[in-house]
Design a protein around this ligand. Structure first.
Ligand code: AMP
Length: 283
């Protein structure tokens, strides 16, 4: 496995792979890898001749009061893990390599970026879309793998790919969870033991919503109410948003008569966590 720091070197590697008509599977990450990331890496390994994983904590997707500085980083351990997964290349550029002085160009996926997480994280998805398009342009993968954990991100990237006519196929994989249901996330490391316990409220509230829907409830307001009540009962939790939205355009739905995304953002102490479920349309 080679760790590549330079865009120029990465492009040379890609050129050689393409010359041989081999396929590339690409997994973009911010590192501090966990089983959620590895589920993407393993699927990439299964589907493609070459697997490339990027590790880049992208400053442009963090707001001024967010956790860019303290975001967990552990390249030595990550490299060890990825080498065991038979990854071929790790693209690990410095910030100045990706955003040299006088960097001026951004991609904005309109409308979708302002909803859900976008409301409390203005500019976040502009940063995400920009780094993803840059990485896709450098690596030109046949497949790129993303997690359902970041549902809105996946939808925005799919739209960007379509709108900008890229050839990469986007593959979205299910949320990997801890045994108690908490969605795996690098940010779970911020939680103290008490908060860690409290954080299961996200999964629990979504499970309760699922039960309610199974019992026939179709009204979004009722589903939101149920989730809200469960989260409100957890003293360490503070709701950012609870929404039932259309999977295509992220617009709020009144009633569950087509496939819906139930997405929540919740602060546990100072740490903001997200989770979601998709409720499929019954045919
Ligand atoms: P991150 O390093 O947090 O930017 O995540 C990199 C990729 O891993 C994104 O596509 C995430 O959606 C995905 N991912 C993160 N956590 C999970 C998880 N628990 N299950 C599945 N995919 C995940």
């Amino acid at each position: 496995m080679e760790i590549v720091n330079r865009i120029q070197r990465m492009k040379e590697v890609i050129k050689d792979i393409k010359k041989d008509n081999k396929t590339i599977g690409f997994v973009p990450t911010m590192g501090c890898l966990h089983q959620g990331h590895l589920s993407l890496v393993r699927e990439a390994r299964r589907m493609s001749d070459y697997v490339i994983v990027s590790i880049f904590v992208n400053p442009k997707q963090f707001g001024p009061n967010e956790d860019y500085e303290k975001y967990p980083r552990n390249i030595t351990k990550d490299a060890e893990i990825l080498s065991q997964e038979n990854v071929d290349y790790v693209f690990y550029p410095a910030v100045e390599e990706m955003y040299p002085e006088n960097y001026r160009t951004y991609v904005i996926v309109e409308d979708l970026s302002d909803k859900l997480c976008g409301k409390s994280r203005p500019g976040h998805f502009k940063g995400v879309a920009t780094i993803v398009i840059k990485l896709l342009n450098i690596i030109q993968p046949n497949f790129a793998f993303f997690g359902q954990k970041d549902a809105q991100q996946s939808i925005i990237i799919k739209r960007m790919i379509r709108d900008l006519n890229l050839d990469t196929e986007i593959i979205i994989l299910p949320i990997v969870r801890e045994p108690d249901g908490l969605a795996m996330s690098s940010r779970n490391l911020y939680l103290n033991p008490e908060e860690r316990k409290a954080a299961t409220v996200l999964f629990k509230s979504l499970q309760a919503a699922k039960e309610l829907i199974k019992d026939g409830e179709k009204k979004a307001s009722k589903i939101i109410e149920r989730i809200k009540k469960i989260i409100a009962d957890e003293p360490l939790a503070k709701i950012d948003y609870i929404e039932v939205v259309d999977l295509d355009n992220l617009n709020p739905m009144k009633s569950l008569d087509k496939t819906a995304l139930i997405a929540i953002g919740v602060y546990i102490g100072e740490t903001r966590l997200i989770d979601n479920i998709i409720v499929r349309e019954e045919k």
